[in-house]
Write a protein that binds this ligand. Sequence first.
Ligand SMILES: Cc1ncc(COP(=O)(O)O)c(C=O)c1O
Length: 457
Amino acid sequence: MKTVIEPFRIRMVEPIRVTTRKAREVLIREAGYNPFLLKAEDVMIDLVTDSGTSALSTRQWSGMLGADESFTGSRSFYRFQEAARSLFGHRHVIPCHQGRAAEHLIGHALLTPGSVVFANTHFSTTRANIEEAGVEAHDLPIPEALDAANPHPFKGNIDLEALNAGIRKAGPARVPFVILTVTDNSRGGQPVSMANIAGAGEICRRHGVPLLLDAARFAENAYLIKLREAGFSEMSPREIARRMFALTDGVFLSLKKDGLGNTGGVISVNSDEWAEKIRVRLLVSEGIPTAGGLAGRDLEALAAALDETLDEGYLAHRIASTSRLGTQLAESGVPVLQPFGAHAVYVDGRAFCDHLPDEQLPAWSLTVALYVSSGVRSWETGNVMQGRQDPATGRWQWPALDLLRLAIPRRVYTQSHLDYVAEAMAELHGHRHEVRGLRFVYRPPVLPQFVATFEQV
Ligand SMILES: Cc1ncc(COP(=O)(O)O)c(C=O)c1O
């Protein structure tokens, strides 16, 4: 049988409010043409993110009901610590409230101005936290990652030669660590191969530089290794994930993605010195070391999830349903980034809206048009999120890819919801030259995607 069924039953439902095109035209104008600023109840299918939006399982809920909410040393923390230690394999487990809190702690505890951090691609919040510490953040993706149509199976890989040369040129003493983002969210959710993690680890070791993973989507990366990299097809996702982590000096991650949590983050490291510095910052800004600003019930939900998320049936369904959506879009002529990753399907905004110049923000304009035509909310990782204006000349530098992202919350939408999304996108493609361009009305200097406003050109 070809159909990969949802490997769960649905026993609690949340109604979707159906809106009209006319109403949505008003709503998006009132939101300054920024889908992020819409009220969620005005969205019919919300693919703005896969972060913090997972449906919880019966096992997670039963853990939450029995949670220990003691101020310090709660049973729920020790359960979380055990689950995290047995997966990540490092000595120190430091919880915090989400991914960017982990980045903030690392930035403040471990970085000094004038340093340089290399990554396959820094996620936007990671970059913001590193740059805020007065540190340069350099992306070193492989060249294939810059071509939306290139079928390379591991477009999340870091360019190993460029990494080696970069560390040499900067001087290893100026490089506090190297980051691999798995999967590479900002470049299409593409996975990083085990060989690439090992290669980066080898280069780092040679130079005495620690290697960290930003592992928000570690389970999806592990499963894509199983499917695409020779020698892993017989291993379980958990064994693969553990092998990935064993090649590192530490990991930090948002637990709102593959951690199947509505909130949560964690840092896991071996170094006693690092752990001590991070815990000092934690006490100042997040909470106590046995909670990190999380409730006992959050820690229970996360402890259960670190096992559940590596379930092979769950991952097989997730990858199959994402690639089904991607294939439907490709078959109807929508220019999609290939190969498909796991958490999202990405549409090439420039190719879709080839009548719009970069200044008119093609992928962002497309997110607005998709919302108006169908009530589907999507997101951009492109010109708005990554475009930079030269302060001296005022000239814009645009990123290599300007993408619309359809991020799929875990265990929330069924196949028919995603069929509706595919139909909506295909219909819009038929009228693509009617998509109106946008320009900035307000653009803040940091993380513009969350608060910027726009007007139609
Ligand atoms: C790769 C990656 N790193 C870090 C973050 C930040 O995590 P959070 O949203 O929990 O702060 C995200 C969020 O989308 C992400 O995708």
